[in-house]
Design a protein around this ligand. Structure first.
Ligand SMILES: [Zn+2]
Length: 384
């Protein structure tokens, strides 16, 4: 209403005087203020609106921090430092530019079968996570070493988070209350092979080795019958037999994630495992809150990536989707990039950047309008 009034007023003044505009536009970098001063003389008795107070239009303008993002080389353990050099060489080989590995603060507890460190980095304060858990996102890449674009993708996520946390990109305030952990190369032994493989150095498919309840009964049986002993899908002699599986299970136990994003290639879908959306009437209050939230995020991620296809891919004995999503009810999103083509890395990051950014900031426990989500479920966007 006020805007209409001002415009009317400006129109009248322009018509009457034909001279310079009496209104002032003050710009101070963060807020725009339109001030309309009182008019002393009005010759015609037209409708003139006189406003005493300025109308404020507050718009936050992001001012990026000055100086370089990567200020110093961090001191790393010997094993991590050596590993970073190895990563740099691979980045050069695949034409990916700088990994910035030596500028990133890595955590490392265990090593792979061939001795490479299993590394991850954390954004946010994890010291109170056990007593007072925050919204937490766990991002995993390189579970299958031959899917190489996801590995570069995780480094892109890390670079993005570094830029936000150093004030070079907007989102610092929103990120403050979050906890994010990124493990960019879960299975290094396969990634660093001259010809990368899906399975790890011991020939195990790490995404079939999680200790799910159906593992003993079905994992090997399914592998023998349905997959005819396909070497690429060998689940191991027993569950949790691999360092890379223990690594992921421990990350889940340590951080209690509210959502997990595991990046693979090349199925060109987003798959979801976790609390089911039709459980919204569930008596379990946490589940009834998480399910619509998880659904909302799934649809949102798809939309932000130009309508990326959502597909309900089945989970398997020993898979992460089964272990975390199905059994532990942690919303687990498997983002399958379109290819493992090393040349497409920039294209993938630009397509999925917003989806990842919004996923990290999406609060899984916030109270949302459930009715809206259920309505959406009936529409075509739902999983099929
Ligand atoms: Zn995969």
């Amino acid at each position: 209403m006020m805007m209409i009034r001002i415009n009317l007023y400006l129109l009248v003044i322009t018509l009457l005087s034909g001279c310079s505009m009496p209104s002032k536009i003050i710009e101070n970098g963060t807020a725009k203020s339109k001030k309309v001063t009182k008019i002393e003389k009005v010759e015609k008795t037209e409708k003139v609106v006189v406003l005493e107070k300025p109308v404020l239009h507050l718009e936050k303008v992001f001012v990026p921090a000055k100086g370089p993002v990567w200020k110093k080389t961090l001191s790393q353990t010997k094993v991590v430092s050596k590993f970073c050099k190895k990563i740099d060489r691979k980045f050069h080989h695949w034409g990916w530019g700088k990994s910035r590995c030596k500028n990133i603060k890595w955590n490392n507890v265990r090593t792979s079968h061939l001795g490479d460190p299993l590394i991850w980095t954390v954004y946010g304060d994890e010291s109170t996570q056990k007593e007072n858990p925050k919204d937490m996102t766990l991002i995993l890449c390189g579970v299958h070493g031959d899917e190489i674009t996801p590995i570069k993708f995780c480094f892109d996520i890390i670079h993005h988070l570094e830029k936000i946390s150093k004030g070079h990109l907007p989102g610092f305030e929103e990120l403050k209350g979050k906890l994010v952990a990124v493990a960019p190369i879960v299975t290094p032994d396969s990634f660093f092979k001259r010809r990368p493989t899906r399975t790890n150095a011991r020939g195990v498919d790490v995404n079939r080795n999680f200790p799910t309840r159906d593992w003993k009964k079905s994992a090997l049986k399914l592998w023998k019958k349905r997959y005819r002993k396909d070497k690429r899908r060998y689940p191991g002699k027993k569950s949790l037999s691999e360092q890379e599986t223990i690594f992921q299970v421990n990350l889940i136990k340590r951080y209690i994630p509210t959502k997990i994003i595991s990046v693979h290639a090349p199925l060109t879908i987003i798959d979801y495992d976790g609390p089911e959306f039709h459980d919204h009437k569930s008596t379990n209050s946490i589940q009834s809150m998480i399910a619509p939230n998880a659904k909302q995020l799934l649809v949102q991620m798809s939309k932000k990536a130009n309508g990326y296809r959502i597909k309900n891919y089945p989970f398997f004995p020993g898979s992460l989707g089964n272990y975390a999503g199905n059994e532990r009810k942690i919303p687990t999103y498997t983002l399958e990039l379109p290819t493992a083509d090393n040349r497409k890395h920039k294209k993938y990051w630009s397509r999925f950047k917003d989806a990842i950014h919004s996923a990290i900031l999406h609060d899984m426990h916030k109270d949302i309008e459930v009715a809206k989500v259920i309505k959406e479920k009936k529409s075509k966007v739902s999983t099929n």
